[in-house]
Design a protein around this ligand. Structure first.
Ligand code: NAG
Ligand code: NAG
Ligand code: NAG
Ligand code: NAG
Ligand code: NAG
Ligand code: NAG
Ligand code: NAG
Ligand code: NAG
Ligand code: NAG
Ligand code: NAG
Ligand code: NAG
Ligand code: NAG
Length: 729
């Protein structure tokens, strides 16, 4: 072999070696890069356990290779992995898809993201990533970073990512304005920036983005007017600008968005009339303009929206009548026109609409009678809320065998007559509130057997008579809230009913099924009277129980079986003619938070066992004929004179009169909490801020809202829990 030949040979050999080496190195590279990724991850469920050299790379869990045995996909969705994301994965040469959503990943998104030239799909949604939105590679088509803790501004470099089709930065803490360069992403179809802290105007330049189908900017702090220019977005089908600070009118140019299906502008400061042009949008499925300052009439023109399923216009200043045209929209599921100034009669909507689920017309000035449906009310109707109107006349027997109602709220009207027996046909009823009307007749014992009934509110009517014992062994099996206050009931307290109310004896979490019917959420609202003012109660699931029988004519003794209702949180028997002793068994009501037995004729001593009621924060035993020492200890030291005044001969703290053999020093009353005033209730209840937290996805449990005058804003936000399912794609 000549020198030359040898050289050539060795060169060739070197080349071959390099070639082979290179080929295998590339796989080794992928393997090393993935192991490096794994080394910064905690994997408690062991999903990554086969990521080791004894298993072929392409068989590793969550890994998919391409035809050349190179890693193409990493899919570790919802694998409970935590730790930080190593930059190594962005150096996988042929990686196209990375989906690490729904894990517990922390730290920043590595800057090296910009280095990848093959990556098309990146999904880090629902993790705990922090830091800024990094620059990213131009090859990306889909980027989903929803539901992390990213902060800072949206980088203006984003405009250069011309391949992006879907960009989701929602549910973070991003600030500042939307960079106008964003309008250079001409292929973008889906843009989600909802649930951040973005400010400034909605950029007019968006109009250049002819491919946009989906704009979700809700729950930010955008201000100014809705730009007329949005008119150019011919493909747009979803427009969400809800919960911002937008003002001015709804531009009539929206009428040019002929593909629009969802128009969500709720929770802004929009004013003016409904532009007629929007009634030309034949594809509209959902209109939500609630919680604005819109006024004028809802035009009959709405009849043109034959695809409409959901109509939310509540909390505005709409006047005039409810358009009859609504009854001719065959697909309507939800109508919520509550809290406007609508007048006139309720159209026969209830009877005609075959797919209606929710009709909420509460808090208007509607009059007339509840429409007598020729057949029966629609069997799909689940919620009928006419709270706070001026509807009069009797409630007719329109509830047929297949009545599907779950939530019936007629409270605060002028309804007369007795409760219809056909209501018992509505076997799914969970919530009935007909308080503050002019009903007469007797207690509707035919409701005893309703298997799902949780709340029965009949306060402030003219119902009378004795509460009969039940023939059924467990009347009201799920009843948790019974409010019969301010009626004319007489006779003894209904011992037979009390001792068998299963739900109040041992209340388990009750799931209310009114929450999500076909994706529609409608919580009920109930007006509880506590401590002389009102608490608004909203809930989906709860363990809350209370009984209010105050202001009637009940007499006789308080039955000791009341001690069995151990789930009770509130009990009000005040302003009756009850006599005898306070039963010792009441001490068993250890969940009780308020107890009002005032203005009766109770005698004897206050049972010392009552101090076992450790959650009790409100007690009123005034105006009875009680005697003897006031029990001392625990919560009892926090009650004031008012709890006991007007009795015959009580003694001991907090009264000035000492008991004979109780030489205890009395603590001075300035130790009381200074702000135990009317404006504050603190029962240690969880007040859940519903609707504000954008991260809150179908996680609502219980909301107690305290208010005294007017409607709390939360009334609104509650209705929008649905948003979290919708605003997110
Ligand atoms: C490597 O993965 C295999 C499963 O493919 C597993 O049985 C083995 O225990 C792993 N080896 C190590 C060292 O983790
Ligand atoms: C991969 O191989 C399959 C058949 O094995 C073939 O159908 C497919 O086109 C190949 N893909 C690429 C990107 O070469
Ligand atoms: C997720 O991992 C944590 C520990 O990091 C563990 O406590 C938890 O039970 C795991 N959850 C599931 C659903 O595997
Ligand atoms: C992760 O993303 C890929 C790419 O779109 C997708 O095919 C896959 O279904 C996603 N995984 C899950 C569990 O959604
Ligand atoms: C990201 O992954 C989640 C599943 O974890 C999925 O629901 C979501 O649609 C994905 N995002 C995109 C843009 O594909
Ligand atoms: C948008 O793209 C054009 C042309 O490609 C360029 O001139 C302009 O500077 C870009 N605008 C922004 C705001 O990046
Ligand atoms: C909106 O911006 C104002 C002023 O910058 C700020 O006070 C307010 O808290 C912001 N609201 C939200 C919901 O971020
Ligand atoms: C809301 O918009 C108004 C102008 O319409 C502006 O004066 C006000 O400062 C904005 N508020 C916030 C919190 O941005
Ligand atoms: C919007 O529609 C109206 C009539 O429907 C039309 O006259 C007008 O030119 C349209 N505007 C744009 C910007 O397309
Ligand atoms: C509603 O139905 C009744 C008969 O059930 C019918 O007479 C009436 O015309 C219908 N109303 C509308 C607006 O469709
Ligand atoms: C609550 O009930 C009281 C008395 O029953 C009534 O005066 C008040 O208007 C009711 N408030 C609401 C919001 O229903
Ligand atoms: C109250 O509880 C005690 C024990 O906790 C029990 O012996 C008694 O029977 C209970 N009384 C009533 C009325 O339930």
């Amino acid at each position: 072999m000549s020198n030359k030949e040898a050289k050539a040979h060795s060169l060739l050999f070197m080349f071959m070696f390099l070639f082979v080496l290179n080929f295998s190195l590339s796989q080794v590279d992928d393997l090393e890069l993935l192991l490096s990724f794994k080394s910064s991850i905690n994997d408690p469920s062991g999903f990554l356990s086969n990521w080791n050299s004894s298993t072929p790379l392409c068989m590793w869990h969550g890994i998919t290779c391409n035809n050349f045995s190179r890693v193409k996909v990493i899919d570790l969705v919802k694998k409970n992995i935590s730790g930080i994301i190593s930059s190594s994965i962005f150096y996988l040469v042929e990686i196209e898809t990375i989906n690490l959503s729904n894990n517990q990943l922390l730290g920043e998104i590595p800057k090296d993201l910009a280095s990848s030239v093959s990556l098309r799909y990146l999904n880090f949604s629902n993790n705990h990533l922090t830091g800024e939105v990094p620059k990213f590679s131009f090859s990306l088509e889909i980027l989903d970073l929803w539901g992390n803790l990213l902060s800072g501004k949206i980088p203006s470099q984003i405009g250069a990512c011309s391949n992006l089709q879907e960009l989701d930065l929602g549910g973070n803490n991003l600030e500042g304005r939307i960079p106008s360069s964003i309008s250079n992403i001409s292929r973008l179809q889906i843009l989600t920036l909802a649930c951040n802290k973005l400010v400034g105007r909605i950029p007019r330049a968006l109009t250049k983005m002819k491919s946009l189908k989906w704009i979700s900017f809700g729950y930010n702090n955008f201000s100014g007017e809705i730009p007329q220019e949005l008119v150019g977005l011919v493909s747009l089908s979803f427009l969400d600008l809800a919960y911002n600070n937008l003002s001015g009118q709804i531009p009539s140019s929206l009428g040019n968005l002929t593909n629009l299906q969802h128009l969500l502008l709720f929770g802004n400061k929009l004013t003016g009339l409904l532009p007629r042009s929007i009634f030309g949008l034949k594809k509209l499925i959902e209109i939500d303009l609630s919680d604005n300052y819109l006024f004028g009439e809802i035009p009959e023109l709405i009849i043109k929206l034959q695809s409409l399923e959901i109509l939310y216009l509540f909390l505005n200043d709409f006047t005039g009548k409810i358009p009859n045209a609504l009854a001719s929209l065959p697909r309507l599921h939800v109508i919520n026109l509550s809290s406007n100034s609508l007048i006139g009669e309720i159209p026969s909507l209830i009877c005609n609409l075959t797919s209606i689920v929710v009709i909420a017309l509460a808090d208007n000035n509607l009059s007339g009678i509840i429409p007598p449906c020729p057949g029966n009310i629609s069997k799909s109707l689940t919620v009928l809320d006419l709270w706070k109107n001026s509807v009069h006349g009797p409630i007719l027997e329109t509830f047929g065998q297949d009545c599907g109602l779950r939530n019936l709220n007629f409270q605060g009207n002028k309804l007369e007559g007795s409760l219809p027996r056909s209501l018992a046909n509505c076997r799914n009823l969970e919530f009935v509130d007909i308080g503050n009307n002019k009903l007469n007749g007797s207690f509707p014992y035919w409701l005893y057997t309703l298997p799902e009934l949780q709340v029965l509110g009949l306060r402030s009517n003219k119902l009378r008579g004795v509460l009969h014992s039940s023939k059924t062994s467990h009347p009201f099996p799920k009843l948790r809230i019974l409010d019969l206050a301010n009626n004319e009931f007489t006779g003894p307290l209904p011992k037979g009913i009390i001792k068998n109310m299963k739900a109040m004896i041992n209340l388990k979490e009750q799931q209310s099924s009114t929450q999500y019917m076909r994706g529609i959420y409608y919580p009920y609202h109930f007006n509880l009277t506590v401590k002389g003012f009102y608490i608004k109660l909203y809930e989906t699931t709860t363990t809350f129980a209370s009984i209010d029988l105050s202001n009637n004519n009940f007499h006789g003794e308080i039955p000791s079986v009341i001690g069995k209702l151990s789930s009770l949180r509130g009990l009000n028997l005040s302003h009756n003619s009850l006599s005898g002793h306070i039963p010792t068994s009441m001490g068993n009501l250890t969940n009780l938070e308020w107890l009002d037995l005032s203005s009766n004729m109770l005698t004897g001593q206050i049972p010392s066992k009552l101090i076992d009621m450790t959650f009790l924060t409100f007690l009123n035993l005034s105006n009875n004929q009680l005697t003897g020492p006031i029990p001392q200890g625990k919560h009892f030291n926090t009650f004031e004179n008012g709890s006991y005044e007007g009795n015959l001969a009580l003694c001991g703290f907090p009264l000035l009169k000492a008991c004979n053999n109780d030489g205890r020093k009395q603590s001075p009353s300035f130790l009381k909490e200074a702000d135990d005033s009317e404006t504050k209730i603190n029962f240690g209840w969880k007040v859940v801020l519903i609707g504000y937290g954008c991260g809150l996805i179908f996680g609502v449990v219980v909301g107690y809202v305290t208010f005294k005058n007017g409607e709390p804003k939360w009334f609104v936000t509650l209705y929008h829990v649905k948003y979290h399912g919708k605003g997110r794609r």
